[in-house]
Design a protein around this ligand. Structure first.
Ligand SMILES: Cc1ncc(COP(=O)(O)O)c(C=O)c1O
Length: 435
C-alpha cells in the first residue's frame, strides 16, 4: 500500500458540476480515499489517497487531464450548461425583482406568485389539476428538489429502483436517505428497459422508482408504453414514481413530453420534479420544484426547510415571467436545440463515433470502443483525457453515469447547449479522429 496526496486544479466553472463526485467515485473504485477537500471557489480539490502503486499512478493521470484541459484551452462539451444568455424578458424580470422588495426569505416552500405560475403551467401544458398551496414546493434547483424528495419519502433500508445510466445525483441522494439503490439497465440502441427485469427488481422493500425523461445522458424519451409499464408496477405494488423532467421542453423530431402523473391513478403517487435551469437557460439561478400529492408535499417541504430553507427570493419572483412566455418560445427552444443536435451529430458521424441520436435533452452518448483499440487506451476516462490532450475537446467519461462502471467503460458523453461557433470548433477538432 502506498499513500499520496493529489491536488486537482479545475477552471472554477468546471468544479461546480458533479465532477467532484464523479472523480471521487472514479478513484473510489480502486483507491481508498482518506480525505477529500473541495475548494470550489478556488477551483481545486485535494484528495488523500491510499492504494497500490499502479492504481495511484492512474490518479496522476486524472490530475494530468485536468491540468491539460486548462492548458490547451480546448472546447468544453462536458458540462451541461448553455454558453448563450437567457431570454431578455427574464433578465429584465430579474433586474425588476432585485429593485423590488424581495430581499428577505420567501415562504420556505416557494413564493406564492411562483407556485401559482407553476400550477398554471401544469394545467396549461398537461391538463393536471395542481393546487399551488398544497401540491407545489419550490427548492434550489431540481437537484435539491430530488434530494429533499428522497429524504422525505425514504426510510432507512428502503429500496429505490433507478434506471442505469442515470444523472449522477440520484445514487448519492438515495444513500444519504439511508436507502438502497437498485439498478435496472437502459440498453442501447434505444435505451429501453426489459419490463420483466424491472418487475423482477421489485421486492417487499421497494418504495419508489426514480427516472428521468427526457434522459441525461442517453437522450431517451420514455414512450407511452414504457410509462404505462412503470405505472402498472407502481399501482400494483404501491410504489411512488419520482420523475426528473428537467428537460421536458427539449424534445426532438416532433415528439412531445408526457408526465407520468397524467396516467390514470398516477397523480396520487408521483412526485414530478422540474425546474427553470434548462428550459430558460438559467442553470445558475437555482430554482426548481416538485409537484406532489399533499401528504408527500408536507414531507418534501419539511426536508427542504432543513436542507436550504428556501430558494433565492428575487429569482423566484423573476421566474414567474418564464412561465408567462408564449408558446412560440418553446417552439423556438426545441427547434434551435434540434439544429444544435444535428450540427454536432453530423461532426460525430463524420469523425467516426458510434453514437445514439438523442430524442430529447442536450447530450449525445457515444461508444468509443474502436478508438480505444486504435489508440491503445484502456477505458473511457483515458480516452476522455486523450481527447482533451490530442484534440482539445472536453467530454464526460461514460462510466460516470453507471453504478457498474464497466457498462460505461467504452462510452463518452458530449453536450451541445452551445452556440454554433463552439460546436463547429469542437466538430472540426474531432474530425482529426477520422479514420
Ligand atoms: C437529469 C438532470 N436533472 C437535474 C439536473 C440539474 O438541474 P437543476 O439545475 O435544476 O438542479 C441536470 C443537470 O445537468 C440533469 O441533467
Amino acid at each position: 500500500m502506498a499513500r499520496m496526496r493529489v491536488r486537482l486544479t479545475f477552471p472554477p466553472a468546471l468544479i461546480q458540476e458533479p465532477i467532484v463526485y464523479r472523480l471521487v467515485k472514479d478513484f473510489d473504485i480502486v483507491i481508498n480515499i482518506r480525505r477529500a477537500d473541495v475548494k470550489a471557489d478556488h477551483g481545486w480539490i485535494v484528495l488523500e489517497l491510499e492504494g497500490d502503486e499502479g492504481t495511484l499512478a492512474r490518479g496522476v493521470i486524472i490530475r494530468e487531464m485536468t491540468r491539460v484541459v486548462d492548458q490547451v484551452g480546448g472546447v468544453n462539451l462536458a458540462q451541461g450548461m448553455p454558453n448563450f444568455p437567457p431570454p431578455p424578458e427574464l433578465i429584465a424580470a430579474a433586474h425588476r425583482a432585485i429593485d423590488g422588495d424581495f430581499h428577505q426569505y420567501a415562504v420556505t416552500w416557494g413564493a406564492p406568485s411562483l407556485r401559482q405560475a407553476i400550477a398554471g403551467k401544469y394545467r396549461a401544458f398537461y391538463g393536471l389539476d395542481v393546487d399551488p398551496d398544497r401540491h407545489v414546493t419550490v427548492c434550489c434547483g431540481s437537484t435539491e428538489t430530488m434530494l429533499s424528495t428522497l429524504l422525505a419519502v425514504l426510510n432507512p433500508g428502503d429500496e429505490v429502483i433507478i434506471f442505469e445510466p442515470f444523472y449522477e445525483n440520484y445514487g448519492p441522494g438515495c444513500i444519504i436517505s439511508g436507502a438502497v439503490p437498485v439498478f435496472v439497465p437502459l440498453e442501447p440502441p434505444d435505451f429501453s428497459f426489459d419490463p420483466g427485469r424491472l418487475r423482477a427488481a421489485v421486492t417487499a422493500r421497494t418504495r419508489a422508482i426514480v427516472f428521468n425523461s427526457p434522459n441525461n445522458p442517453t437522450g431517451k424519451v420514455f414512450s407511452r408504453d414504457e410509462l404505462q409499464a412503470i405505472a402498472d408496477l407502481c399501482l400494483e405494488h404501491d410504489l411512488l414514481a419520482i420523475t426528473d423532467e428537467i428537460y421536458e421542453h427539449i424534445v426532438y423530431d416532433g415528439l412531445g413530453h408526457t408526465p407520468i402523473a397524467t396516467l390514470p391513478g398516477m397523480a396520487e403517487r408521483t412526485v414530478t420534479i422540474s425546474g427553470i435551469s434548462k428550459s430558460y437557460s438559467v442553470t445558475g439561478w437555482r430554482v426548481g420544484y416538485a409537484v406532489a400529492p399533499p401528504e408527500l408535499a408536507i414531507g418534501i417541504r419539511r426536508a427542504h426547510d432543513f436542507v436550504t430553507v428556501g430558494a433565492p427570493h428575487p429569482l423566484q419572483e423573476a421566474a414567474v415571467t418564464a412561465f408567462g412566455l408564449p408558446e412560440s418560445y418553446y417552439v423556438e427552444l426545441r427547434e434551435s436545440y434540434q439544429a444544435r443536435r444535428d450540427l454536432l451529430w453530423g461532426y460525430l458521424e463524420k469523425a467516426g463515433f458510434v453514437a445514439w441520436k438523442p430524442r430529447g435533452a442536450y447530450y449525445i452518448l457515444t461508444d468509443v470502443a474502436h478508438f480505444l483499440t486504435q489508440h491503445d487506451l484502456p477505458d473511457d476516462t483515458a480516452f476522455a483525457m486523450w481527447l482533451i490532450k490530442n484534440v482539445g475537446v472536453a467530454t464526460v467519461p461514460g462510466s460516470s453515469f453507471y453504478a457498474h462502471p464497466e457498462l460505461g467503460r467504452t462510452k463518452i458523453r458530449f453536450c451541445f447547449p452551445k452556440t454554433d461557433d463552439v460546436l463547429r470548433d469542437a466538430g472540426e477538432r474531432l474530425l482529426k479522429l477520422r479514420p
